[in-house]
Design a binder for this molecule. Structure first.
Ligand SMILES: *Cc1c(COP(=O)(O)O)cnc(C)c1O
Length: 461
């Protein structure tokens, strides 16, 4: 299996090279040249497989340059840190199925992908005799999942910047209590944008980037999408076992990474009826799907902060397919978007969009109402991101459909929103309860690019 760039500017590369490249060198996103097709017989033979074995079956179709025994070991160690033997268990509440993706070490779905990516990096760096210094900025969830993905690993150091005092208390503690020698937490006196701007500037210093082999862990890495494809198969196989048809996945969406994984599963032949794209007030993707209005607005802060995104970087992958893999058409659309802040779609393109997706936007008031009502009716506590997807499913009017709602975070990670909705603090799971007692490691810094650059220089591996 070879990988190409959406922008058409690189020669095809292997899976291993695609993982190490992250963002394509022409600025595009990497995709497989084609999607392996899974027949009905193969699907039936996968029913009942444990999660790790199913993951091996699916991932090996895309990662054919890693020996089977090595890939199995990588997958097994990636999911050994999960607290549930099913890895992504499915629960049924009312008439909805909830796919719990938050049983990893940081209690959000990003662990499913970042545990595997961390292990892949360590494996490939060892094989190549190379080192990597990961540098990233986080507003909360991604940073801690990335830190847990690479803590204690050889040949990798990780530097994660977060805005001091501007993440939730739990989110900051989840990062700063990781004291492994290869983990460097940096709390910046400034905003998330200040953090991100400093990181971007560091990556644009090419001699520095090359000298220290700077690496990124953002959601554009193909391996992250691939790891997420697995749970669509896992959940579909379980729900369809009882004869259910017309299965719809409701996906709380920010950067379009999670839902794109569902699209990949559909392209591989998994009979998903529709992907329900759920957004909060930052709803450019809902406007696009429902009325073809892909025009950028300013980001508003909501109770589901991991979805407070306007321009979703992974959407480029879908656009490439919508344009029938025509990179020049994609490049023209992206230039037009950079110049005007919008892209227009033809009737035929919108027809295609509607065969893949439906969409709804759920505002903060509805989100909090949904947390309260769902708790009241079913006894089950939703986190605010999951609640966006649940509300979208409840309000969706597709006849005779069965809904699987992706639960992307544990409610205890977003205690303020839960308390605002229900009047009570969520119960703390044991791994969050004792965090404030643990030793911590964090460098507090002004928003000063030169100070950051010197700090990374001094501590790079
Ligand atoms: C990142 C995140 C999302 C959004 O996922 P995307 O892949 O960016 O669409 C939703 N919920 C939670 C809790 C997240 O951390």
């Amino acid at each position: 299996m070879k990988y190409i760039s959406t922008r058409g500017g690189i020669a095809p590369i292997s899976f291993k090279d695609a993982v190490m490249m992250g963002l394509a060198t022409d600025g595009g996103l990497l995709l497989p040249e084609s999607y392996p097709q899974v027949s009905a017989e193969t699907l039936a033979s996968w029913r009942g497989l444990p999660y790790q074995e199913l993951a091996f079956q699916i991932i090996s179709l895309f990662a054919d340059d890693i020996p089977a025994a090595d890939l199995k070991a990588l997958i097994n160690s990636s999911y050994a840190s999960f607290r549930d033997p099913e890895i992504t268990p499915l629960v049924t509440k009312g008439n909805l199925h909830i796919l719990e993706l938050f049983h990893g070490p940081t209690l959000a779905f990003k662990d499913v992908a970042l545990q595997l990516l961390g292990n892949l990096f360590a494996y490939l760096l060892k094989e190549r005799g190379e080192k990597m210094n990961i540098v990233g900025a986080t507003s909360g969830d991604t940073g801690s999942a990335a830190i847990y993905g690479v803590r204690g690993k050889d040949n990798i150091n990780i530097f994660i910047l977060h805005p001091h005092g501007k993440t939730s208390k739990v989110q900051a503690l989840q990062m700063t209590t990781v004291t492994d020698p290869n983990v460097y937490n940096i709390a910046v006196h400034g905003t998330f944008d200040d953090c991100q701007n400093m990181v971007k500037r560091l990556f644009s210093d090419i001699p520095f980037k090359e000298r220290h082999s700077l690496g990124a862990v953002n959601s554009i890495n193909w391996a992250r999408v691939l790891a997420q494809v697995v749970y669509y198969f896992y959940a579909w196989l379980k729900v369809s076992a009882s004869g259910k048809q017309k299965i719809v996945f409701s996906v709380p969406t920010g950067n379009f990474g999670d839902i794109f994984a569902g699209y990949v599963a559909k392209r591989m032949g998994l009979p998903i009826d529709k992907l329900l794209l759920a957004t909060n007030e930052n709803n450019i993707l809902t406007r696009m799907v429902t009325s073809g209005d892909y025009s950028v607005c300013t980001v508003v802060a909501t109770v589901s902060p991991s979805m407070d995104i306007q321009v979703a970087s992974n959407f480029e992958r879908y656009l490439y397919h919508l344009y029938n893999e025509d990179s020049s058409k994609l490049n023209a659309a992206l230039s037009a978007f950079a110049a005007t802040g919008r892209i227009d779609f033809s009737d035929q393109e919108m027809h295609q969009v509607h065969s893949d997706f439906c969409s709804a936007s759920v505002d903060q008031k509805m989100t909090l109402e949904t947390i309260a009502a769902f708790k009241q009716e079913t006894g089950y506590l939703l986190d605010p991101h999951t609640a966006v997807g649940v509300r979208a499913a409840q309000d969706s009017s597709l006849p005779e459909s069965t809904y699987i709602c992706l639960a992307t975070a544990h409610p205890a990670k977003f205690g303020d929103a839960v308390k605002a909705a229900t009047g009570n603090d969520p119960e703390m799971p044991s791994q969050l309860a004792g965090l404030d007692q643990l030793p911590s490691k964090v460098k507090i810094m002004e928003s000063d690019y030169d100070a950051l650059r010197s700090y990374v220089e001094a501590n790079a591996c």
